[in-house]
Design a protein around this ligand. Sequence first.
Ligand code: COA
Length: 156
Amino acid sequence: MSENEEAIILTEDQSEERPYEFVLHENAREQEVLGAIVRTATGSNLSAKESLVAAVNRETGELLGFVGVKRRSFHLSEIRHLHVDKPNRNQGIATNLVKKALEMVKTPVVFATVSYQNIPSYKTFMVNGFTEWTQFPSSSSGKIMCLVGRHVVRLQ
Ligand SMILES: CC(C)(COP(=O)(O)OP(=O)(O)OC[C@H]1O[C@@H](n2cnc3c(N)ncnc32)[C@H](O)[C@@H]1OP(=O)(O)O)[C@@H](O)C(=O)NCCC(=O)NCCS
């Protein structure tokens, strides 16, 4: 992914020496290439004013994974479109993407929807402090879905 005016490289704890860095794209839908990448990977579209946190290989610039943050109301945000490319999975990238996404959340409450059968996804949210709020059957697939959420504490 090339850098542009919309992209902001997020600062990190210097002790965290990872081969990738996080790049924030505000209003990601306005970038056609990014929208197409998300659509191909997840099958759904970015929505208006959705921000995307991308994990990008520091050396090659390759996009390894991403997660969207969508503000739903003054008190509620949604984390969505979580995706890590297959060759890069099970290395903690999703866990760190959600951690970074939480830093972007400006509301006191955040939620996500995961399939109960999707163990890596479910675990990613659990290790980031989310708890299961309720379960419901997907209207399209019939799979059991979990609504997971957590509070985001801001002391300022
Ligand atoms: C879900 C997904 C984003 C996870 O990405 P990832 O970078 O591999 O996740 P992480 O490496 O951070 O691992 C997260 C947790 O899942 C566990 N995990 C990863 N792959 C696993 C697997 N195949 N089986 C069981 N557990 C697995 C990890 O051990 C970790 O748990 P831990 O912290 O308790 O050890 C990735 O699998 C993906 O893109 N899947 C397709 C899209 C998708 O399902 N998105 C979620 C929509 S809500």
